[in-house]
Design a protein around this ligand. Structure first.
Ligand code: B12
Ligand code: SF4
Length: 502
């Protein structure tokens, strides 16, 4: 739902996998189904007649679509090799294969750049033993856990293969490209799977490589995809100097944590001068109890101090708050009152335990649905205890509407009109379209109707372990955890936390 309105960004992971295949000598075509229709996809398949088709499946909500597309692709090209990779696919490999009933040959877990080349080779030579490769799961079995890739600088994303680059945007950054400075996150929030995917590691790309990539980007807007930007200020400063040296002028969007922002004030100040315009802060809760439950490891006062600081820099800040299905109308009203009292953009998501997160295993409430399509943090998949499901959605949408209107009040509309005209003159229509779409996408009836859709593929329920202490985090990891990487990340996290502890 979110991507129907506010943003649509390029699939960097898939572009990297494409770049790896191309470097190995394969002819590659990319089709981004965020920007292209299924009709176009099948037309391209017929024209290109690929030997292999692979899908990036970062989002749980897309799994049913990918499984159905796999079945239709195999019907069209029975001899082609069909495989799937990406974030959510890595945590649901066996169940995806079962749903596809033979239409998906294998699922690749974790980072795809290195294994994809070996996989294509293996398919040509020995199809029966694919499951012996690291990170590869087939209906026959599963290979050993893969390792982190050797070199984050080895490839640049194959941006040139995307046919609709004008369609990528986030708010007023229209058009907008994406870039990665670092990979992984040293924290371990209970609702998040970013750390389990990368085995709690944190790696940096070289400054030269980032500079070269930024210089090759044509779009004026750049979304930095790092989970937590500028955890280490030296890296942030060095990238900035490289940008200055190369005279690169862009507008930037990034996501970070309140404590990192406070620890590294100078680097964020510096980036403001380089074009940093938008920042996303995952506050998640406005009470200490909530922060503790999410194991955010930051205090409320530090988060509020971080907001003050971001405000002082003149950066537009968006905040996320997680609503729980057990909220009542009063709780939503508290959020509305608070959100209206601050100038920032407030986004509300719904607490959704999903595979790969700790909460998926510890959540003792029973899911009310196991329809993958509803696991998009905009639907309630846990029981709404104080409100009926319909009233819960009414409150949620009312909150989102109030917050949306706050930013499209009269003063903002005047500014928006100027901006819209400027973008339209350049032929960019994404931002303008976004302004009129809110009510058609966010409405309680549509959300209720989503719950009534027949469910073809159901997610496997977790084996619940209520005692958090009994969960071995190593079991959650997709890749083989490397002791030195985990220790390095723990040190980085400790440094970040100690710098802002009261
Ligand atoms: C950037 C980002 C976005 C961008 C997406 C840009 C895009 N089009 O891809 C935006 C802001 C739009 C976004 C939106 C959302 N996001 Co998001 N996002 C991220 C983030 C921070 C980084 C992803 C990224 O680009 N990484 C860099 C690239 C290089 O890595 P990658 O994509 O993972 O690709 C690697 C591997 O996965 C693999 N791979 C990928 N594709 C393929 C394909 C094949 C064939 C193979 C072999 C391998 C492979 O190899 C790649 C290279 O190593 C991740 C967190 C994370 N660290 O993963 C969350 C994350 C993926 N998002 C998440 C969520 C919840 C959402 C939203 C639902 C939030 C919302 N309510 O709107 C939406 C849904 C969007 C949608 N399309 O439906 C969750 C995933 C939830 C889930 N399990 O379904 C994550 C994990 C965040 C979290 N902390 O939990 N997101
Ligand atoms: S700090 Fe952000 S990316 Fe890291 S574990 Fe927590 S929510 Fe996930």
């Amino acid at each position: 739902m979110y991507t129907e309105i506010f943003l649509r960004l390029e699939p960097l992971g898939v572009e990297l996998v494409a770049a790896a295949c191309r470097k190995a000598g394969h002819e590659v075509m990319l089709c981004d189904l965020q920007a292209d229709s299924h009709k176009t996809y099948f037309k391209l398949l017929k024209e290109f007649q690929p030997d292999a088709v692979c899908f990036g499946t970062n989002y749980l909500a897309n799994i049913p679509e990918v499984v159905d597309l796999a079945k239709d692709t195999k019907a069209l090209l029975p001899n082609s090799f069909f495989f799937v990779g990406g974030h959510s696919a890595s945590f649901t490999a066996n169940e995806i294969l079962e749903h596809a009933a033979g239409a998906i040959d294998c699922v690749v877990k974790g980072e795809g750049e290195e294994i994809v080349v070996k996989l294509l080779e293996a398919w040509q030579q020995d199809k029966k033993n694919l499951h012996r490769l690291p990170s590869v799961t087939t209906l026959e079995g599963e290979g050993p856990r893969g390792k982190l890739i050797h070199d984050l600088d080895a490839l640049l994303p194959a941006r040139d293969l995307l046919r609709n680059r004008k369609k990528y945007f986030i708010g007023v950054l229209d058009p907008c490209a994406s870039i990665e400075f670092t990979r992984g996150c040293p924290w371990d929030c209970s609702f998040c799977s970013a750390w389990t995917f990368y085995g709690r590691s944190y790696r940096r790309r070289s400054v030269e490589c980032i500079g070269e990539e930024l210089a090759s980007i044509k779009e004026p807007g750049v979304f930095i995809v790092d989970d937590v930007a500028f955890i280490q200020d030296d890296h942030g400063f060095a990238i900035g100097k490289e940008i200055e040296k190369r005279k690169i002028k862009k507008s930037y969007y990034l996501e970070t944590r309140g404590d990192v922002l406070l620890k590294n004030k100078e680097v964020f100040k510096y980036w403001k001068t380089l074009g940093l315009e938008y920042m996303f802060l995952g506050l998640e809760a406005i009470d200490e109890e909530g922060l503790k439950a999410f194991r955010k490891r930051v205090t409320l006062s530090k988060n509020f101090e971080a907001l003050e600081f971001a405000r002082s820099l003149g950066i537009t800040v968006a905040i996320n708050i997680i609503a729980d299905p057990d909220w009542d109308a009063k709780r939503f009203q508290t959020i509305r009152d608070w959100a209206l009292s601050i100038p920032e953009i407030v986004n509300v998501s719904i607490n959704t335990p999903y595979p790969g997160t700790e909460t998926f295993m510890t959540e003792s409430r029973t899911f009310t649905t196991r329809d993958y399509r509803l696991f998009d943090i905009q639907h309630a998949v846990l029981p709404t205890t104080k409100l009926s499901l319909e009233d819960f959605y009414k409150e949620l949408v009312k909150t989102q509407q109030v917050l949306n209107m706050k930013h499209l009040g009269w003063a903002a509309l005047k500014e928006t009109a100027k901006l819209s005209a400027k973008l339209l003159l350049k032929g960019q229509t994404n931002f303008v379209k976004m302004l009129w779409k809110f009510n058609s996408v966010y409405n309680p009836e549509r959300q209720m109707a989503d719950h009534r859709r027949p469910v073809k593929y159901e997610m496997k329920p977790p084996v619940v372990e209520k005692d958090r202490a009994k969960i071995d985090p190593l079991k959650l990891y997709v890749l083989q955890p490397l002791a030195n990487e985990v220790m390095k990340a723990a040190k980085i996290k400790a440094e970040a936390e100690s710098a802002v502890s009261p």
